[in-house]
Design a protein around this ligand. Structure first.
Ligand code: PLP
Length: 436
């Protein structure tokens, strides 16, 4: 299929009409592009006006298996005809157990595990907050500046990637201490890696636990193995192990093959106590799960539960998603195509002054845009312009952090489409630079 193929400049007339009604009826949220989706296949998306785009967003890191993977569609259709819902928290059904068993097998750590199903990333994080408080009977948490763990009141108290997420919502949950993440491109301590000796990780033990935070009151450290919404920040490989205790590994954005490992934490060789997942687990069907050490289990009926968690259709989609990732070797594919993408992004960096940094793992890559490479002044306006120019030419992009653009195509993307998308990106940077 020839892609991209723009037949009418977006937003076309049909898109405009829907956008107008959306603005009238929907609450203000986080819209970034005037794109009105109609159908999708693999990594290609068609809008309501017939434009065909290459997608580098995967519906915010959800569609690792692509739009409408035929095997997932088939499994879901069969399940819908049999039974859609029957409260798996209160009753029993096979697919939920099959999925839980599978998740305990594919997650890092060879200890005995248990699973709790949710409906989204934020709900997984809420469940992890409750589970760790319950099992440790401790009340405090450590999280990182730049972190994104969700927007409900518990997870929001851990989130610290943009003040707009938090403003006017205080008081959130008490007891969270944020410390800087290993953001080497803009080291908060003005140090250089590796001569810094991983000060940003050591400071937890050496300073915080000696001064402000009694370690015996900490229920968990929440950490993203790659900071997602915060700007696709990959820490040096020593950072996560240096934290010494990794309690909750938030894989909501980085999991299920995205980084070239099944779970991103595997890049660092540490084993978490709790893993939070959602997004790519269900290939678009709303499902999340936390996978944790068996000993942490609530153990008391009623302490925690929900209505839809592990819903029959979503669980069926998730089980099939894992099967597809394994069968089609999508983890290896992410690694291979990620290298290809990274090489091309580095070439673009040589050519485009706007690109200050290129970073990522597997098919979770990003460029951070700067007005000036020396001062590293953030370039949010220029970032917006690149996203806009790319869309006009048929490439869908999403921002991340203050000044970065993330590149997260479905892992099934054809190499030809990956290259075509990167060609468009290159053109978009040139077009913006001409305008500046
Ligand atoms: C690492 C991480 N955790 C949690 C969340 C929250 O997920 P959801 O939007 O499904 O609530 C996100 C969402 O982007 C995320 O990236």
């Amino acid at each position: 299929m020839k892609a991209p193929n723009i037949v009418v400049p977006p937003p076309g007339p049909k898109a405009k009409e829907i956008i107008e009604r959306d603005t009238k009826y929907l609450a203000t949220s986080t819209k970034t592009s005037p794109l009105v989706a109609e159908r999708g296949e693999g990594a290609l998306l068609q809008d309501v006006d017939g434009n065909l785009y290459i997608d580098f967003t995967s519906g915010i890191g959800v569609l690792n298996t692509g739009f409408s993977h035929p095997e997932i569609v088939k499994a879901v259709k069969e399940q819908v005809e049999k039974l859609v819902h029957f409260a798996g928290t209160d009753f029993y059904y096979r697919v939920q157990v099959d999925l839980a068993e599978k998740l305990t097998q594919i997650t890092p750590g060879d200890y005995e595990k248990k699973v709790f199903f949710t409906n989204s990333g934020t709900e997984s994080v809420e469940a992890a907050i409750k589970l760790t408080r319950w099992s440790t009977q401790r009340k405090r948490f450590i999280a990182f500046l730049g972190a994104f763990h969700g927007r409900t009141m518990g997870s929001l108290s851990l989130t610290a990637s943009k003040t707009v997420h938090r403003a006017r919502f205080f008081p959130t949950m008490e007891g969270v201490t944020h410390i800087p993440y290993a953001y080497c491109y803009r080291c908060p301590y003005r140090q250089e890696y590796p001569s810094c000796g991983m000060y940003c990780a050591k400071i937890l033990e050496e300073l915080y636990f000696e001064t402000a935070v009694p370690p015996e009151e900490v229920a968990a450290i929440f950490v993203e193995p790659v900071q997602g919404e915060g700007g696709y920040i990959v820490p040096p490989k020593e950072f996560i192990p240096e934290l010494k205790r990794i309690a909750v590994d938030d894989e909501v954005q980085a999991g299920f093959g995205r980084t070239g490992k099944f779970f991103a934490v595997e890049h660092y060789g540490v084993v978490p106590d709790v893993i939070t997942t959602a997004k790519a687990l269900g290939s678009g069907y709303p499902i999340g799960a936390i996978i944790f050490r068996k000993e942490l289990d609530f153990g008391v009926q009623g302490a925690h539960s929900n209505t839809y968690g592990g819903n029959l259709v979503a669980s069926t989609a998730a089980l099939k998603t894992i099967e597809v990732i394994e069968k089609e070797r999508l983890v290896e594919r992410s690694r291979r195509l990620g290298e290809l993408m990274r090489k091309r992004l580095m070439e673009m960096q040589e050519k485009h002054e706007l690109i200050g940094d290129v970073r990522g793992l597997g098919l979770m890559q990003a460029t951070e845009l700067v007005k000036d490479r020396r001062t590293k002044e953030y370039a949010p306006k220029e970032r917006e312009m690149v996203v806009e120019e790319a869309l006009k030419r048929g490439l869908i992009l999403l921002p991340a952090g203050r000044s970065a653009i993330r590149y997260i195509p479905p892992l099934v993307i054809e190499e030809e489409h990956l290259n075509a998308g990167l060609d468009v990106l290159d053109e978009a940077f040139s077009a913006v630079e001409k305008k500046l």
